[in-house]
Ligand binder design. Sequence first.
Ligand SMILES: Cc1ncc(C[n+]2csc(CCOP(=O)(O)OP(=O)(O)O)c2C)c(N)n1
Length: 410
Amino acid sequence: MDNPVGPALQLRIPEPARGHRPADPVPYISAAGEMRKPDLDEKVERIALMRKQLVRVLDDEGHAVGPWAPALDADQLRQGLRDMMTVRSFDARLLRAHRQGKISFYMQCLGEEAIACAQRRALRADDMHFPTYRQQGLLIAGGHPIVTMMNQVLSNEHDPLKGRQLPVMYSSKEHGFFSISGNLATQYVQAVGWAMASALRGDTRIASAWIGEGASAESDFHAALVFASTYQAPVILNIVNNQWAISTPEDFARGASATFADRGYGFSIPALRVDGNDYLAVYAASQWAAERARSNLGPTLLEWVTLRVGAHSTSDDPSVYRPDDEADRFPLGDPIERLRRHLTVIGAWDDERQAALQTEVDALIADAFAEADSHGSVKSGHTSSPATMFDDVYATLPRHLVEQRDRMEG
Ligand SMILES: Cc1ncc(C[n+]2csc(CCOP(=O)(O)OP(=O)(O)O)c2C)c(N)n1
């Protein structure tokens, strides 16, 4: 007999990926050049479709097409290629250092290089980024010394953070790179707060918040959007959708039918979904969002669609939850190969120059690692004295901590 008060209520429980199931295919793929470019102050309702579709500039042949194609000259494009190749080589060297037992932990950004590299070049040097552990490209494209980054990963005596942070959790005030936190999503509220403070002071610098699609399920993400939209804070809200949050496919955090960019719409924040493996699209969308922030038009949410090609970290084994050929089947390709093809198509590049650049970049990274490695590591006992834990915390060290430090040194 039918229940007269209706069926028993049920929740939709997302199912974990079973047996090497790939992440869902990227929904709503648009052709390169298909999406129009709105005015900076266009009403959010009129941009609504852009949170579903994909802003793309580079087509399959390597041509830059449509209204989003940014005005970058050949030198700037070659610089972008060099930045991304440097990041990839840096990651490969440090992954090898982990396998050699020289470092305890590492996280690479293989396949995602365009996003941080292009946004760093699209913003000003004194803007402030609040990154996750996968934006080493911000530092490298920003000209941060590579040896210093390696010293941090080795936690040796030259590590500017004095061994207090997990490897890859960099921090550099001079390079506009806020200290990375292992507690996901905390940096989103901090970025919005920093942007609000910048506006309150009448400053001209903007903030850029970074988060992975998995961590966007955290309440800090939503709290940040409330403040960003209420106060129209000058901030770029990046969500890097690399399809996986460790072993969890992206549809867990996003829900059954939405996009991550949809989340901006609920707060009346203009939101774009962008091909994150297209250096030109990343540059153009970042520039658009930055100009909106600088013109007091408020926050912009950018969902970058990409693929985490490597493992989550050196503590992860993706072969138990994802297929080996996922990167080959990913429809947005590889960011370095795509920019290289574009440079070739416009007559600014060839195989010989590519090979020479690869050799140059690899030598730069090898030399930097040799130098950092010559300073030893925490593993070889060459690390900052534990007494330095009292440095850089208080303007004036309280008496009881002075005593504790003296006891340690004595
Ligand atoms: C608040 C919090 N919850 C959980 C974790 C454990 N954790 C570390 S990384 C990670 C996955 C994050 O995935 P995503 O945000 O998609 O970023 P990605 O690693 O893919 O770049 C999780 C669950 C954490 N560090 N902090």
